[in-house]
Design a protein around this ligand. Structure first.
Ligand code: AMP
Length: 401
């Protein structure tokens, strides 16, 4: 049963990413992706090599080209395919073996993630057609947060919007928050994923989460991944009346406002320069006022969110930084922690700046709750969850004779 192989598939609207993972291993066996699907410029690449043109390929054509490469690089059969699915609504509280009911459920939740769920579905359908004898599992970004209590997930809106239309806070980045919280428990010598953690997943998308003994108690993202923290190009929280204000004063329609809040705001909007934290750090060091402001707002708002989420926990065993920014930006960690002294969190500046890229480590000063930097690995989490499900429901996953 050891050393089993899992193919992890992340199907996006214009791309598909494949990772072959071995059970328990922190390194992928093989990686491949196709980009710009459904355009004349469609292409694929693998194992970090050059890209190969695959004009007008759709998801299925891309998988058709990539799967033989996966087979070449796998030294054994694939036990299960694990698919990342963005929105599982309230129906999916954990990973599920994919059958007709699960496919219908992912489709039914598409209005909540109109860009992502249909793209995830086309990856699933293509993989099921091309690998009909291998069990397929859906792992949902939202499922981890289904443990949130109603006082954390309900908006103060009329009940009908929730009961009939599903308007509530769902949260995202669940696989990442779950993975790093579990790693934090291991790194601090706790058993069975125990511990009370705050986690900050800071990539292009950013979210924070309060996790108690492996369960999400509250998180910063809501109905959509726009709520909460300042992100690369997303505004995070704004006054909900901003929409009406922009419509009234500037005559903007909804698509224009959505574009503003999702693509033109966040670090990019504040700095007027870039959504990339590396570039902003460089510009800040050169005295760029917009970059300085963007980083300050990003860190202050993150600290405010973490302090707010702390009330979902009985105490705090530690704070976890992850994602491209959380793992690599000592400046972001230091500035954020400069606002969190009220919670007893204090960073050791030397340990913070000495941490090497991609390395897990602890950066708290003596006497502070743990402050951990943990590289996230959503593919590994998807692979492990898929295998766990396979072991739990073996009879349902047996291929028909
Ligand atoms: P992700 O979406 O997790 O890949 O994270 C992307 C973000 O991480 C971008 O804003 C990058 O600028 C940021 N990032 C990656 N490496 C570094 C680094 N060494 N220092 C600061 N930010 C970084």
């Amino acid at each position: 049963m050891r050393d089993r192989l899992v193919l992890v598939i992340n199907g996006g609207s214009s791309s598909i990413k494949l990772a072959l993972r071995k059970q328990g291993s922190s390194e992928p066996v093989f990686e491949a992706q196709a980009e710009r699907l459904n355009t004349p410029q469609a292409s694929y690449s693998y194992a970090g090599g050059d890209s190969h043109s695959l004009p007008d390929a759709d998801t299925k054509a891309a998988l058709n080209a990539l799967l033989p490469l996966v087979e070449q690089h796998s030294n054994g059969p694939i036990s299960v395919v694990g698919h990342r699915v963005v929105h599982g609504g309230e129906q999916f509280t954990g990973a599920r073996l994919i059958d007709d009911e699960v496919l219908a459920g992912i489709e039914a939740n598409a209005p909540l993630a109109p860009l992502h769920n249909p793209a995830n579905l086309s990856g699933i359908r293509a993989a099921m057609a091309l690998l009909p004898d291998i069990p397929q599992v859906a792992v949902f970004d939202t499922a981890f947060h289904q443990s949130m209590p109603p006082h954390a997930f309900r908006y103060a809106l009329p009940d009908e919007l929730y009961a009939v239309h599903g308007v509530r806070r769902y949260g995202f980045h669940g696989t990442s928050h779950q993975y790093v919280a579990n790693q934090a428990s291991l790194l601090t010598g706790r058993k069975d994923g125990k511990g009370a953690w705050l986690s900050a997943h800071l990539g292009n998308g950013c979210s924070s989460c309060a996790i108690l003994d492996g369960k999400s108690m509250d998180t910063s993202m809501g109905l959509t991944p726009l709520e909460g923290l300042v992100m690369g190009t997303r505004s995070g929280d704004v006054d909900p009346n901003l929409h009406a204000h922009l419509a009234r004063t500037l005559g903007w329609d909804l698509p224009r406002i959505e574009q503003l809040l999702n693509r033109e705001s966040g670090l990019l909007g504040l700095s007027g320069l870039s959504n990339d934290m590396r570039e902003l750090e460089q510009a800040r060091a050169n005295g760029h006022g917009g970059a300085q402001l963007a980083i300050e707002v990003f860190c202050y708002r993150l600290a405010r969110s973490l302090a707010g989420l702390a009330i979902a926990l009985p105490h705090i065993d530690g704070l976890i930084f992850t994602g491209g920014i959380g793992e690599n930006s000592a400046l972001t960690r230091a500035l954020t922690l400069s606002h969190l002294g009220v919670m007893g969190l204090r960073v050791d500046p030397d340990r913070n700046s000495a941490l090497a890229r991609g390395e897990a480590g602890r950066i708290e000063a003596t006497g502070s709750p743990a402050i951990l930097v943990i590289p996230t690995d959503e593919e590994r989490q998807i692979a492990e969850e898929s295998l766990t499900l396979l072991d739990r429901e073996p009879t349902r996953t047996e291929s028909p004779a």
